[in-house]
Design a binder for this molecule. Structure first.
Ligand code: FRU
Length: 539
């Protein structure tokens, strides 16, 4: 007998209900413990300026758009527990990308399934016809994941749906014609990212399909036509294939300092990242409205350097860009999920789980071989600078303390440093606290690698995969100086080396905040040309 939509709705509702009842039962026994825990975890672990949900689970950023002065951020959310579960789209808004106000949940699961990752566009010209009384609709395009079909092992559990909002993204009405793209029998078929293709005056969607990307086009966001595939040829070594491809983004970026534009294709992969677990790779080339083709020089560089990664830290995943806004250099604004599937469900917070990265400005720069992405924290952050410590030409002997937390609060700080004409040494920064916990990071000139070592940075035993090895990033190109910008926010470090050409993002869970920042090298003496540490005014 064919299942009616009502019975499906009821069974799906039961799956969601059962899921939350089971989780709640498990939680009740430890309520007392949780109350104490959550007080101290608020103080110790709730970041000052990185977005976290008030309570519950969060993963990928979704549907980001800018409209009428507000940046919107939706996110994969399970509000009833701190582990992954039936996915909703949570919602937050901000006018500065640094202070966020959480809003009511924007999309709930329904009879077609959970609401997985996707994007949102401002349909300025009402191509979809969803607009009313001159109000342009905001259209969200997302993946439906049918948990019943998935459990039964069916390969067509994921389809694409749309919903529209007539109140600037606060509430959404699901389209009655959903799904708008049916599943052709591919297990992992998800995470639509849609953008307006100005040359062809049409919408383009890029979708992750297990080991490749699929491009579609549409005039009205409802009817979609398949165009082409990219990345499927594993033998040709098109990018990394150590895991499933997810959360793609296709963007057009100006090449810095030229009038030229290039297309860049991002795709997240889990597992198979350069330092284990989840990570995001990218490709540079051209998109002619139908097909994405890598530049020849990029392809050659890809073979030489293996892969191009947006971030070599372990905690920047599923990142995509904001729609309907550009930076003043026509670049894009990006945000990622600051965690890793290797341990995201186990990190030691109870009330909520995980944060987003700092929003970043994306640029495309040309080096001697090809084009590369560079990142910078959004400029707005400088407006939050408070107390400052700055010093030039410091002679460093052995391990030297640079600053302690009485001078600058190291739980909310921005650091810029330059070591001029560095010798062939290993330079190590150390953040440490009264409990002998320490986070080490820096650059090894002999290995030509940046490193980030959180082995002794507080709690690590919640997951074997958390701190097992030191994350490293190759340094590509030749540079006169060693310089970088470092952001600290209680449980996270984001390091932008060489003007953002190499980025390392990592999370950690101390038992007490950092007290001192010091630096050392394996040479007797060297000169730190410049260091500036700003306390960031958030509370
Ligand atoms: C990536 C991802 C997406 C999926 C979502 C489900 O982290 O696996 O591919 O849509 O999370 O929550």
């Amino acid at each position: 007998m064919k299942e009616t939509s009502l019975t499906r709705m009821i069974s799906l509702f039961c799956v969601v209900l059962l899921f939350s009842c089971k989780q709640n039962q498990e939680k009740e026994s430890s309520t007392e413990l949780n109350t104490n825990l959550s007080l101290s975890e608020e103080k110790l672990y709730r970041p000052f300026y990185h977005f976290t949900p008030k309570k519950g689970w969060m993963n990928d950023p979704n549907g980001m758009f800018f409209y009428n002065g507000y940046y919107h951020l939706y996110f994969q959310h399970y509000p009833d527990d701190n582990v992954w579960g039936p996915m909703h789209w949570g919602h937050a808004i901000s006018t500065d990308l640094l202070t966020w106000r959480e809003q009511p949940i924007a999309l709930h699961p329904d009879e077609l399934g959970y609401i997985f990752s996707g994007s949102a566009v401002v349909d300025e010209h009402n191509t979809s016809g969803f607009g009313k009384d001159g109000i342009p609709p905001i259209v969200a395009i997302f993946t439906y994941h049918d948990p019943i079909k998935a459990k039964e092992g069916k390969t067509d559990a994921q389809t694409q749906g749309i919903a529209y909002s007539l109140d600037e993204g606060l509430t959404f009405i699901k389209y009655e014609g959903n799904p708008v793209i049916n599943n052709p029998g591919i297990n992992d078929f998800r995470d639509p990212k849609v953008s307006w293709h100005e040359d062809d005056k049409k919408w383009v969607m890029v979708l992750a399909a297990h080991d490749r990307l699929k491009y579609y086009e549409s005039k009205d966001l409802k009817k979609w036509k398949f165009l082409s595939d990219f990345g499927e040829d594993i033998d040709k070594k098109i990018g990394a294939h150590g895991g499933v491809w997810e959360c793609p983004d296709l963007i057009k970026l100006p090449v810095e300092g030229t009038n030229e534009f290039k297309w860049v294709q991002f795709v997240s992969i889990n597992p198979g990242g350069p330092n284990g677990g989840s990570s995001t790779q990218y490709f540079v080339g051209d998109f002619d409205g139908k097909t994405f083709t890598m530049d020849k020089e990029f392809e050659l560089a890809l073979q030489k350097r293996h892969n191009f990664w947006l971030d070599f830290g372990r905690d920047n995943y599923a990142g995509v860009t904001w729609s309907n806004i550009e930076t003043k250099d026509k670049g894009k604004l990006f945000i990622g999920w600051m965690s890793n599937w290797d341990y995201a469900n186990q990190v030691p917070t109870e009330t909520w789980r995980s944060a987003m990265t700092i929003p970043r400005e994306l640029k495309l720069v040309k080096d001697s071989l090809t084009h590369r992405i560079s990142f910078a924290p959004i400029q707005k952050l400088s407006e939050f600078s408070g107390k400052k410590y700055a010093k030039e030409d410091i002679i460093i002997r052995g391990e030297q303390k640079l600053i302690d937390s009485e001078q600058i609060d190291l739980t909310r700080a921005e650091i810029h440093f330059t070591i001029a004409n560095p010798l062939k040494n290993k330079y190590t920064f150390k953040l440490s606290n009264q409990n002998n916990e320490e986070l080490l990071f820096g650059y090894d000139h002999v290995l030509k690698k940046f490193f980030l070592d959180r082995k002794k940075a507080g709690k690590t035993d919640f997951s074997e995969k958390f701190s097992g090895s030191i994350s490293v990033a190759p340094r590509i190109g030749s540079f006169k100086n060693l310089s970088g910008t470092i952001l600290l926010d209680k449980t996270s470090i984001e390091i932008f080396y060489d003007d953002g050409l190499t980025v390392m993002t990592g999370i950690f869970f101390l038992t007490s905040p950092f007290k001192t920042l010091s630096i050392s090298s394996n040479t007797e003496v060297f000169e730190l040309e410049h260091i500036e540490i700003n306390e960031l005014n958030f509370n």
